[in-house]
Design a protein around this ligand. Sequence first.
Ligand code: ITT
Length: 199
Amino acid sequence: MTRIVLATRNHHKAVELRYFLRDLDVEILCLDEIPEEIELKEEGTTFSENALQKARIVHQRTHLPALADDSGLEVFYLNGAPGVFSARYAGEPTDDAANNAKLLAEMRGVPPRRRGAQFRSVLALVADGFEEVTEGACTGRLGESPHGMNGFGYDPVFLPDGFNRTYAQLSADEKNRISHRSKSFAKMREVLRRRFAIG
Ligand code: ITT
C-alpha cells in the first residue's frame, strides 16, 4: 500500500487532509509518527514555495511521498494580507484569536462591499523523482466579528460566497465540501491517481 506522510504540524489541517484521503488506498503517517525531529521551515514568499519547502524536507528525511499544505487568507482591501503571513499575523507563537482581532481591527469601518477575501491552499507532493503542486481558492467576505466554534484559524471571521455563516459555523462536512483545501485536494486526487494509481 502507498504510504504518504503529512508534512504539517497543524493538527486541524491534518484532520482535514485525512478526511479528503479517507477513501483512498493509502496509509497516512503524521510527523508525530516519524522518530526523528523534522523542522518545517517556511522561508519563501509564496504559498507554492513554502509548500514545496515543507514537502521536500520531509521527503528527504523519510524517503516517503510527502504532502504539504501552505495556505492563508488574502483580504483584497489589504492588498492580499495576511497572505503567507497568515499564521503569524499578530506575531509568534501563532495565536488564532489575536490574528482575528488584529484583522478585524484593520478592517474596522470598511463597508461590506469592500470586505472581499479569499482563502487559498497550495498542496505540494514530493516523492521519488517528481514534485507536484496543486492550488485551490474559496472566495467570500470578512465578517464584522467572530462567529462560530468549529474549525481553526480565521474560520470565525470568513463567510464563504453563498453562505450567511462563517466557516466556523459550518459543520466539518460542509466546510470540506466547499473549502479552498477541498479544491486543491480535488486536483491532488487526480495527481495521486496518475502517479500511484490510487483514488
Ligand atoms: P504547517 O506549516 O505546519 O502546515 P501552519 O498553520 O503554520 O502549519 P501555514 O503556514 O500554511 O500553516 O499557515 C496557514 C495559516 O492560514 C493557518 O495558521 C491559519 O491561520 C490560516 N488558515 C489556513 N487554512 C485555514 C482554514 O482552512 N481555516 C482557517 N484558517 C486557515
